[in-house]
Design a protein around this ligand. Structure first.
Ligand code: SAM
Length: 205
């Protein structure tokens, strides 16, 4: 997987590659899909949600430009796989999941791997995690038509947000948005398809 799906497709950050080597994806995949754990595709994790494909996890992690000391906020814990990769790359990871059963299930593999720098919370990630703000980097693993305002406020000056920007059930744009002098500097990187951010933003549509 590392050679075929990550290095061959352009993942270069040695720390990201090491983190992907360290975190066993099969621990985050339901029993019946374990034999497909290293296929480069999303897999069902229950509750109508998916674990992201390894390439996308590595690519989004690389885009965050983590050096090891940062405070990272993740929106959409899902299986906890991306959370684990982030925990190898950053100082502290705060991850919010809106579906309680998924957040609960993610606890065991993260504990088994010995992570002590991860905090999980059940809630609507739209509102972020004010008590632990500001964050150096914010990663959304569900698509939103705009940057949730509270997340922008909780982003440190000089920080970055990586997210699928766009309407659900359509192709979205993967973007990196940097906060410079309080302004958004937006880079559009590729086309992606993610599940929608649910909760308050969906009800507002
Ligand atoms: N990165 C995850 C992994 O490695 O397993 C996959 C995340 S999955 C593509 C997106 C997740 O975002 C789902 O678990 C979904 O329930 C969650 N989600 C959707 N809307 C949310 C919201 N408003 N707040 C928090 N989590 C949300």
């Amino acid at each position: 997987m590392i050679e075929r799906d990550l290095k061959a497709r352009g993942i270069k950050d040695a720390r990201v590659i090491a983190a992907m080597e360290f975190v066993p994806r099969q621990k985050f995949v339901p029993e019946q899909f374990r034999s497909s754990a290293y296929d480069d595709r999303p897999l069902p994790i229950g509750e109508g949600q998916t674990i992201s494909q390894p390439y996308i996890v590595a690519y989004m992690s690389e885009l965050l430009e983590l050096k090891g000391t940062e405070k990272v906020l993740e929106i959409g814990t899902g299986s906890g796989y991306q959370t684990a990769v982030l925990a190898r790359l950053a100082g502290a990871v705060y991850s919010i999941e809106i579906i309680p059963a998924l957040s609960e299930r993610a606890k065991a593999p993260l504990a088994e791997l010995g992570f002590t720098n991860v905090q999980l919370k059940v809630g609507d990630g739209f509102f972020g995690w004010q008590d632990n703000a500001p964050f150096d980097a914010i990663l959304l693993t569900a698509a939103s038509p705009k940057v949730p305002e509270p997340l922008w406020r909780q982003l440190q000056e000089g920080g970055r947000i990586i997210m699928p920007l766009g309407e659900p059930r359509q192709t979205q744009k993967l973007v990196r948005i940097r906060k410079r002098a309080g302004k958004e500097i937006v880079e559009t990187l590729s086309e992606v398809v993610f599940v929608p951010l649910t909760g308050v933003i969906q009800r507002a549509r």
